[in-house]
Design a protein around this ligand. Structure first.
Ligand SMILES: [Zn+2]
Length: 240
């Protein structure tokens, strides 16, 4: 009997029942979830500003240093025994995920590529979501529906370097007292909405203070996708 041929392109299963973002309010305490760790103690020097996305250059693509210069540094997370490089950073304002229908003022998405997809891990990406609150508006965080759209970019964390690219210290986005998190299986929140994303949304919120320069780009009308049905999924959390 012949073995089945492996697909040449990783298949993305689209059931349209595992879409993101969702409300994370009804979660299940699961104490034995794998721990999450950040290896973010590097300054990334090969970051492209693509308007709404900051794309991180990786050694294998190494577009910044085609002439054999040292490869750009890499920031990684380790989750479930897998080391995944940070490949993309972008922001949503207000947050895409909510807790008991309460939005945060901003959500940063730290997109990590899973190197063992699809052979050994079912998701192509592990995206870490981190909420931000404006200090002044803490008491009225509940955002009326429909959401007011707008992309809020924390551009002042990204500095130009001589190559024309940008550098960033990614640890500024995860400078939090702990890494308690919500965890579920979902999708990209922008087209093609592929259902190949493992989501980790941190419980602790960052603070936006008045020193943060926030530029709102009014032309970006899809910056926070509407909440999607949870359907038959479980939302897990690693904290009581
Ligand atoms: Zn996003």
């Amino acid at each position: 009997m012949a073995n089945r041929k492996k697909p040449t392109e990783p298949a993305v299963t689209m059931s349209w029942s595992q879409q993101s973002p969702i409300d994370l309010g009804k979660s299940l305490y699961t104490p034995d979830l794998p721990a999450l760790s950040f290896n973010y103690n590097v300054t990334l020097t090969g970051v492209y500003d693509e308007g709404h996305n900051f794309i991180v250059d990786l050694p294998e693509t190494n577009k910044c240093n085609p002439s054999g210069n040292p490869p750009p540094p890499v920031a990684t997370i380790c989750y479930d025994g897998i080391k995944c490089p940070l490949v993309k950073i972008h922001f949503h304002g207000p947050s895409e995920h909510s807790i008991d229908t309460v939005d945060a003022d901003l959500e940063v998405h730290l997109v990590h590529k899973v190197p063992t997809f699809p052979e050994a891990y079912p998701s192509a990406y592990i995206v870490v979501g981190v909420f931000y609150d404006k200090v002044a508006s803490k008491s009225k965080r509940k955002v009326a529906k429909p959401k007011e759209f707008g992309v809020v970019m924390l551009r002042h964390f990204f500095n130009s370097v001589a190559t024309g690219k940008h550098c960033v210290d990614p640890s500024v986005f995860v400078a939090l007292p702990n890494y308690d998190f919500y965890r579920y299986e979902g999708s990209l929140t922008t087209p093609p909405h592929s259902e190949n994303v493992s989501w980790i949304v941190l419980k602790e919120h960052n603070k936006l203070d008045s020193a943060d320069e926030i530029a709102v780009e009014k032309d970006a009308t899809e910056s926070a996708r509407d909440l999607q049905p949870v359907n038959r999924r479980f939302i897990l959390r690693n904290f009581k």
